[in-house]
Design a binder for this molecule. Structure first.
Ligand SMILES: [Zn+2]
Length: 50
């Protein structure tokens, strides 16, 4: 089973998944495939589950 985490992009609101390793790397940013913005994956994950 792949280790992925679903997040919502804080810029466009679309949902997509990232590798779980993004959440454990302090300085990582994930890249939204829809709007091409970069953001902190941890913040996006919290927003998605709030
Ligand atoms: Zn986006």
């Amino acid at each position: 089973m792949p280790k992925v985490v679903y997040v919502n992009c804080p810029h466009c609101g679309k949902e997509f998944y990232i590798g779980q390793e993004f959440l454990v790397i302090e300085e990582s940013y994930c890249h939204c495939p829809y709007c091409s913005q970069e953001f902190k994956p941890e913040a996006a994950r919290r927003a998605a589950r709030a």
